[in-house]
Design a binder for this molecule. Sequence first.
Ligand SMILES: *Cc1c(COP(=O)(O)O)cnc(C)c1O
Length: 379
Amino acid sequence: MIPYGRQNIDDDDVAAVVAVLRSEFVTQGPAVSAFEKAVLTHCGGRYGVAVNSATSALHLACLALGLGPGDGAWTTPISFVASANCVLYCGATVDFVDVDPATANMSMDRLEEKLVAAERDGTLPKVVIVVHMCGQPADMARVGELASRYGFRVVEDASHAIGASYCGQQVGSGRYSDITVFSFHPVKIITTGEGGMAVTNDPLLAEAMRRLRSHGITRESSELRVAGEGPWYYEQQSLGFNYRMTDIQAALGSSQMRKLTSLVAARTCLAARYDELLADLPVRPLARANDRSSAWHLYVVSVERRRKVFERLRAAGIGVNVHYIPIYRQPYYEAMGFQPEKFPGAESYYAGALTLPLFPQLTERQQEQVVVALAEAIR
Ligand SMILES: *Cc1c(COP(=O)(O)O)cnc(C)c1O
């Protein structure tokens, strides 16, 4: 089976991990700070907080922005469930903004309409979580403009999008958002096994997330409520978690960061090649905007009779997938009363979406195999 995605780990990565295993620190230590710096150097953000998953980073981002019971946050239904679950972890309520079916990114027109209605009803969200679906950035300038008009905070769920850019700036620069979250799960652009990072330009948000990452504990003498207790002294000042990344993971992350540009370039080449190979088939790739570049986490096409095409491809050894089942269709969310009819964009996208295999080591021959199998499956 040709999988839809897979990690790219070479001898340098293995050597970096082995070096940490032989060193003093294996849990959060100097390799974590070095990895945070490497990501910041690439994306241009000021503070990075590495954690054990993007899910944890989303949770910390929501908490740092003050999301709690009585608050609301909005996200897109075409995402992994973690983009919405992080809101519920905080005791807040979640709602969805429909997508543009052509890009599968949040529709800024639908967001604006929903904000107008929410202002009238007094139900404006505190936070909006935007997802860069498949690696292509959402329309961040418009999100930023709406955020200042309606007074909400913005989290970019950039789990698909490290290495992507928007209007000349790397995703993670934070030009139009408060916090950007990256995922380092093995199918994503770079990996740490499991891992994530929250990036921000706000020192207070960074400090809040750093503390929550490790139980809400601080040892900084300037922050202690009780002074002079002794050198062993620390204080737990809020209810945090153990969301720490290990130095083992971070060493892999730093090594992977050195290859980020070439990994994204390889994905971009393969995506362009899919564009050509698929040009004569009755399938529609996602639309792209020319003021931004994708990190190409996923290559999604829209096909007729998706179920049949999917089954035939799987039978032919092509590991196609579907990203994503709209979150409101999950039984846990359905029970909250969400109705698919309210999201025609997401429903229409989901009806035809098919993810083709895309990862840096995919060979040209394998790619041709995928396209031949797809052509046969459609017939
Ligand atoms: C993968 C993913 C996550 C969760 O990432 P983990 O690192 O596995 O926790 C969140 N949001 C989106 C959009 C994702 O694709």
